[in-house]
Design a protein around this ligand. Structure first.
Ligand code: FES
Length: 330
């Protein structure tokens, strides 16, 4: 194992987890590194689609999702971009300080909660490191000849990763660096919902104010045309349901009572369910759980409002129940 190895080896690729090795490490902007990862065994890596992420398993039980931002047609390597978050819980610091070329790290197979839906046109809006899931989307749109453009905002040009790659797309890309330009008018950039906007999908990834501005700008459009991925949680609604309710773990045949001040995640884990988690704030989607019966009170920031009722999913680190009973596929 190389420098910075984690010591958690998960064997060969089994379709759900992989032992990966850092193949290259590049500083792509101030406080942002890009890592290329390959299978320790040299095997082909699982396929993925634009918007997908992998979860790195880091020391101390940390699980951190990172968007795949490389070439999905290259089955020999994944690329991720990681910004150092000084106020984080240590995941990004570990990646920056300990994962060097040759280091090994356990990772999940790719998952995609932010898929690129076929459209007649794409409008991409990125804030800072939020450019990472959009890079493969842009590449796909470009390859398939679907019109697209990108508004890319950052606090300062020096901290905006992958500007050199985006420069190859010319005036499809609008770069707005905070140390050079005033805050962009996102609504004006997205434009009104006229006939030209029919079949146009808007994809946004970045900080909450950027996402909220883009969502507000598309408020009058048909449902399903707006897609976002967040780094920080939306303000959570109060429960709106009973303080105490039952959760049935269908596969284990157990029922647990969830009381006030206890998350569904903690309650089901105490009953023996193994549910991975990362952010604990309803942002990353790692704890995604299938709901078999009952109506969750969704308090996450993963699903769009118009996806919630139909999704059949919940994020038990923050979400609760509207009724007295939920049945989960655990
Ligand atoms: S752990 Fe991140 S959404 Fe639940």
């Amino acid at each position: 194992m190389g420098p910075g190895s984690i010591g958690t080896k998960v064997g060969t690729m089994d379709g759900t987890k992989a032992s990966l090795r850092v193949r290259s490490r590049t500083l792509v902007a101030r406080d942002v590194v890009a890592l290329e990862l390959e299978a320790v065994t040299g095997a082909r890596l699982p396929d993925w689609t634009p918007g997908a992420h992998i979860e790195l398993e880091l020391p101390g039980g940390l699980v951190r999702p990172y968007s795949l931002c490389g070439d999905r047609h290259d089955a020999g390597r994944y690329r991720i971009g990681v910004r150092r978050e000084p106020a984080g819980r240590g995941g990004s610091a570990y990646v920056h300080d300990r994962l060097d070329v040759g280091s090994e790290v356990a990772a999940s197979a790719p998952r995609n909660r932010f898929p690129l839906i076929p459209a007649v046109r794409y409008r991409f809006v990125a804030g800072g490191i939020g450019i990472t899931p959009l890079l493969p989307m842009i590449y796909q749109a470009q390859c398939t000849g679907v019109p697209w453009d990108l508004l890319y905002r950052g606090r300062a040009r020096a901290g905006m990763p992958f500007l050199d790659e985006l420069a190859t797309y010319g005036d499809r890309v609008t770069v707005s660096a905070g140390d050079e330009h005033a805050r962009p008018d996102v609504a004006a950039w997205i434009g009104a919902a006229g006939p030209d906007a029919l079949g146009e999908h808007v994809y946004v990834c970045g900080p909450a104010p950027l996402i909220d501005a883009a969502r507000a700008a598309t408020a009058g459009r048909p449902a399903g045309l707006f897609h976002s991925e967040r780094f920080v949680a939306r303000a959570q609604e109060s429960s709106g349901g009973p303080d105490t309710f039952e959760v049935v773990l269908a596969r284990r045949g157990r029922t647990v009572t969830v009381g006030p001040g206890v998350s569904v995640l903690d309650a089901v884990r105490a009953a023996g369910a193994e549910v991975m988690s990362s952010c604990g704030q309803g942002v990353c989607g790692t704890c995604e759980t299938v709901v078999l019966e009952g109506r969750p009170h969704h308090r996450d920031s993963v699903l769009e409002d118009d996806e919630r009722e139909e999704s059949g999913l919940m994020y038990p680190c923050v979400s609760r129940s509207h009724g007295r009973r939920l049945v989960l596929n655990l």
